[in-house]
Design a protein around this ligand. Structure first.
Ligand code: SF4
Length: 232
């Protein structure tokens, strides 16, 4: 499919010098527990079927998570929580994502990031975010025939998504709506096609989950609502 082609091409991107250096540096230094891993150390493509009605959008890969395994949200605590929740809701065939070849399949859900390379301190610059935008914009364009609901995991995803959604053909109101957990709105399609439902959800990072800002129940409830709105 065209989306599979995009997933292949993005892995060769070297547009952000600082991030190229950092993704390779973390692969060289490694974490002690992963010394025997050959880190992926390249951009992370989206994961999930090309005809997904539901799309989840995070921030960027983790140094020893997706930057190591090559699959989005895979190999770190954030991903463990997210995939477990998807499994509980019947949207994944396994409760955990380990690495390519583990047999994990998502049902009707695609997961992607607005920044595809690991940034130092998990903080991409504004310039890096904007440089990476064409990748997620293209992905959303290719998903347009089927996507009905998008969940922004965190304020960064929300802010990065709004211009990408506009570029991909949906009408975002002005002033731009603010992010919040369970914030939601409907974006009409510019060409009169199906509208898109957008939800905000606190990011599944340990910073939020360890402090109780985001509980497993809150995550499950939000994802259930989003899945229902996507017709899943
Ligand atoms: Fe390319 Fe995006 Fe990685 Fe920058 S962050 S190098 S634009 S894939």
């Amino acid at each position: 499919t065209a989306l599979a082609g995009l997933d292949r091409v993005v892995t060769g991107c070297r547009a952000c010098p600082r991030l190229v250096e950092w993704r390779e540096e973390t692969a060289r230094t490694k974490r002690r527990a992963y010394q025997d891993w050959n880190y992926w150390a390249r951009p992370i493509p989206g994961f999930g079927p090309p005809d997904a009605p539901l799309v989840l959008v995070g921030l960027a890969p983790a140094a020893h998570g997706a930057n190591r395994t090559g699959r989005i949200f895979t190999g770190d605590p954030s991903g463990d929580l997210l995939y477990a929740a998807l499994y509980e809701l019947g949207l994944a065939n396994r409760p955990e994502s380990v690495r390519y070849g583990d047999g994990l399949e998502l049902h009707g859900v695609r997961i992607t990031d607005p920044v595809r390379c690991v940034p130092p301190d998990n903080r991409p610059t504004t310039e890096e975010r904007d440089t990476c935008r064409p990748w997620i914009t293209r992905e959303l364009e290719l998903l347009r025939p089927t996507v009905r609901t998008v969940v922004a995991l965190g304020g960064f995803a929300w802010q990065a998504l709004l211009p990408a959604l506009t570029a991909a053909g949906w009408l975002v109101p002005r002033p731009r709506p603010a992010f919040g957990h369970a914030a939601h709105l409907t974006l009409p399609a510019a060409d009169g096609g199906p509208a898109l439902r957008l939800y905000g959800c606190y990011h599944v990072s340990p910073r939020n989950t360890n402090t109780g800002r985001l509980t497993t129940e809150m995550l499950r409830a939000l994802l259930r609502t989003a899945a229902t709105s996507a017709g899943l």
